[in-house]
Design a protein around this ligand. Structure first.
Ligand SMILES: Nc1nc2c(c(=O)[nH]1)N[C@H]1C(S)=C(S)[C@@H](COP(=O)(O)O)O[C@H]1N2
Ligand SMILES: [Mo]
Length: 212
């Protein structure tokens, strides 16, 4: 059997050589659970997901309607500001960019930011362009299974790095809200929970924009 620590280091060297290990990060093979506060209780019967704010028309899905939207699978590298990175994680869910391209959601012409609203008041913000890109997903599944409760069941946003796409903006994983209930489109930026607390608003993993 391979020695765990040795294997980890070997893997880390490999992703580093491939240019996928951002500065100050180290590889983990687990999927750590990280969030502020308790895991919320979720009742799918009265769950809904809303898109509102700077959009032509506000939209609302129940779980029954949301789960019927077409889903895509993406494999991404995710990077937590607390310095762990996990590579080749597989997520499945609904693309916000697809929703806009299909006309399910019509942003106002001056919409330029989004704010994610989660259970228990967690929020996090992104430029609209980043939220419409291929490395941002409204995920319902991880590794082919519905999200575990502690990872955001039934719906979370995920944002990470796609190994071959240097053209996309890559941000730390706190910009993916677990237990997501709404996305507010905005003309002006508004900082979320960690951003208000001093984390960097842009959060670029390659520039190590952790705080400030
Ligand atoms: N609702 C909510 N979402 C959250 C957080 C949180 O505290 N609350 N923490 C963020 C942070 S800092 C990280 S690194 C990831 C962790 O996701 P995981 O627990 O699935 O690994 O969730 C993000 N989304
Ligand atoms: Mo994090």
């Amino acid at each position: 059997m391979k020695n765990g620590a040795f294997f980890r280091k070997e893997e880390e060297n490999r992703v580093q050589t491939e240019g996928r290990l951002p500065p100050g990060q180290s590889l983990t093979n687990r999927l750590p659970v990280l969030h502020y506060g308790p895991v919320p209780k979720v009742d799918l019967g009265d769950w809904d997901f809303r898109i509102f704010g700077a959009v032509a028309e506000e939209k609302r899905w129940t779980w029954e309607t949301f789960r019927q939207l077409p889903r895509v699978k993406i494999i991404m590298d995710i990077h937590c500001v607390t310095r762990w990175s996990k590579f080749d994680t597989e997520w499945e869910g609904v693309s916000l960019g697809w929703m806009v391209r299909e006309g399910l959601v019509e942003p106002d012409p001056d919409a330029a930011f989004i704010l994610q609203h989660c259970e228990q008041g967690y929020t996090t913000n992104l430029p609209l362009e980043a939220a419409l890109a291929e490395n941002f997903l409204l995920a319902t599944h991880y590794n082919g299974e519905p999200l575990p409760l502690e990872h955001g069941y039934p719906l979370r946003a995920v944002v990470g790095a796609l190994p071959d796409r240097n053209d996309l903006k890559d941000v730390y994983f706190w910009k993916g809200g677990k237990w997501l209930r709404g996305i507010e489109f905005r003309t002006a930026d508004r900082m979320g929970f960690w951003e208000e607390a001093g984390y960097h608003n842009e959060a670029d993993i390659w520039k190590e924009q952790r705080v400030g």
